[in-house]
Design a protein around this ligand. Structure first.
Ligand code: NAP
Ligand code: MG
Length: 504
């Protein structure tokens, strides 16, 4: 028996195989719960339920106001269990309680509320200029319609938020959904299934199936009954999903990796810029797709800035993620810890200078979990692997640049293009720099600030499509054009027929 069950066709249920898998707390290695382990068969059942709810159910035909009411109910259902959601996000994924409260739970509620607002306010119909063919112009208009069954596949770093970014716009626009969370952090996504059951969301409208990417994930990407797949995760898996989805020409949106640059110009407030760079890199231990893990520091301030950064980084406090005083919790898993250790060795071999960190935290109880020191490399060349590849851990590369042109050249010399920042007190100059960066988001004198009304997504191999904002809303809508020949039979020109048949 599992503690957290799949949610298919309105029912909380065990996996068809009866299997479950244990999930562990990365802060101390202790088992938290048994989670139902779905496979392709469960995914097929969930997809069939979502298909039926879309083709035969009321959901896609509800008014925007009605769907908006459901989304608000959903948000209230999450809010009612906010403390439990936050706690489970901490235990399952290693988030700090501060992050789980101020980012994860608050973020998902705000996302549902924003998309509820869009469902009410964003028009589902748009008039176009008339088509002029004869004595009376022909009205043309657009209908924005849901796409159909949407698959959502999410990563382990922000389990709750990533699920919300997909479920909320998909449901707001009248689609039905099958969500597959990352295996090592499935609990809060399965709790969203519980909330759907608690509020009595119509059967099949939302389904949640935990289980391996290779079975559940690939079934969602390949099943011909699925119309769209929204994926957040690694560039490698995103590319594979695109290939599988290509066979049935599904719409795909991908939010992938990043190696974002924070430009520290020669005109900064040292203290604020240093704290900003640390926040940009070490928030959630750098396990954030948009982390600013390359600091491009101008040569005139470089040495002083590196020293300043290291000094501040050493003051970040590891601790029990359930305590509000903790800055840094564990990284998500042993596998991720090993990956970080491997990259730190690579950095040393490549000749970067280790300024601080560079090892696991093992004193006392920390030895039981996967804690890693905030790590800073200076004298990094942008060509090094540590500057080009996504480490997804608390590792900052500080790179020296000469001037604005050099900074832009280095910033854009990456296969990724997700985000970035410019630290500069001259805002006009900062905006010019921001506009030259080839990324989907740039912050000036800030980092990580997202909001449900601002579109988020990548350039280059960071993916395509946008989440959040009206742009994100429209990723879940089809556009249908309707042309009306309103001239009446006596005047009807049939211009199109004349082209084919002349006057016959
Ligand atoms: P991942 O290995 O790519 O996994 C992401 C999701 O895909 C998981 O649910 C995983 O399931 C599933 N999956 C794995 N193989 C699959 C397959 N063959 N077919 C279908 N689904 C499959 O990524 P991760 O390690 O969880 O997350 C870290 C990555 O996500 C980083 O690269 C990061 O940059 C990226 N990310 C991007 C954004 C963004 O918005 N751009 C946000 C957050 C994270 P299992 O867990 O069962 O393997
Ligand atoms: Mg876990």
């Amino acid at each position: 028996m599992s503690d957290y069950k799949l949610y298919i066709d309105g029912e909380l249920c065990e996996a068809a195989s009866g299997e479950s898998s244990a999930t562990y707390n990365p802060a101390n290695g202790e088992k938290i719960a048994e989670v139902a382990k779905g496979n392709a068969e469960d995914a097929k059942r969930a997809i069939a339920a979502a298909r039926k709810a879309f083709d035969e159910g009321a959901w896609p035909r509800l008014s925007g106001k009605e769907r908006s009411d459901w989304l608000r109910k959903f948000a209230a259902g999450i809010q009612k269990r906010q403390a439990e959601f936050a706690k489970m996000e901490v235990l399952d994924s290693g988030a700090t309680l501060r992050k789980a409260n101020m980012v994860d739970t608050m973020g998902i509620v705000q996302t549902f509320i924003k998309f509820a607002e869009y469902a009410e306010k964003v028009p589902e119909r748009e008039e176009l200029p008339h088509f002029i063919t004869g004595p009376k112009p022909a009205p043309n208009y657009l209908l924005y319609e849901p796409i159909g069954v949407c698959g959502a596949i999410t990563p382990w770093n922000f389990p709750l938020i990533m699920a919300g970014w997909k479920i909320a716009p998909a449901l707001a626009t009248g689609n039905t959904v099958v969500l597959k969370p990352a295996t090592i952090t499935s609990i809060t996504a399965l709790m969203l299934g519980q909330v759907a059951a608690e509020i009595g969301l119509p059967n099949g409208v939302l389904n949640v199936v935990s289980g391996p990417g290779a079975s559940v994930g690939e079934e969602i990407a390949g099943n011909p009954m699925v119309d769209k797949v929204a994926f957040t995760g690694s560039t490698e898996v995103g590319s594979r999903i695109m290939q599988i989805a290509a066979k049935t020409v599904k719409k795909v949106t991908l939010e992938l990796g990043g190696k974002s640059a924070a430009l520290v110009t020669d005109n900064v407030n040292f203290d604020l810029a240093a704290r900003g760079v640390l926040w940009g890199t070490f928030f959630h231990n750098g396990q954030v797709c948009m982390s600013g893990t390359r600091a491009l520091v101008y040569e005139s301030v470089y040495d002083e800035f590196v020293e300043f950064l290291a000094d501040k980084a050493k003051k970040l406090k590891h601790g029990d993620p359930l305590s509000f005083g903790t800055d840094l919790g564990p990284v998500v898993s042993e596998l991720q810890l090993k990956n970080i250790e491997r990259y730190v060795q690579i950095g040393k071999k490549e000749g970067a200078r280790l300024v601080c960190g560079g090892k696991r935290v093992t004193d006392g109880d920390f030895a039981k979990g996967y804690f890693y020191e905030p790590t800073i490399f200076a004298e990094v060349d942008n060509k090094m692997r540590i500057a080009q590849e996504e480490i997804f851990g608390p590792v900052l590369c500080v790179i020296k640049v000469k001037d604005d042109d050099d900074a832009i050249r280095v910033a854009n010399d990456s296969i990724f293009g997700l985000a970035g920042a410019v630290w500069c007190e001259d805002l006009e100059r900062a905006k010019k720099l921001a506009e030259r960066m080839r990324t989907g988001t740039v912050w000036i004198n800030d980092y990580h600030l997202l909001g449900p009304e601002y579109p988020f997504g990548g350039y280059k191999q960071s993916g395509f499509g946008r989440e959040l904002g009206v742009h994100g809303y429209n990723e879940y809508r089809q556009v249908k054009r309707i042309h009306v020949d309103a001239t009446g039979p006596e005047y009807r020109q049939h211009l199109t027929l004349k082209i084919l048949m002349g006057e016959k």
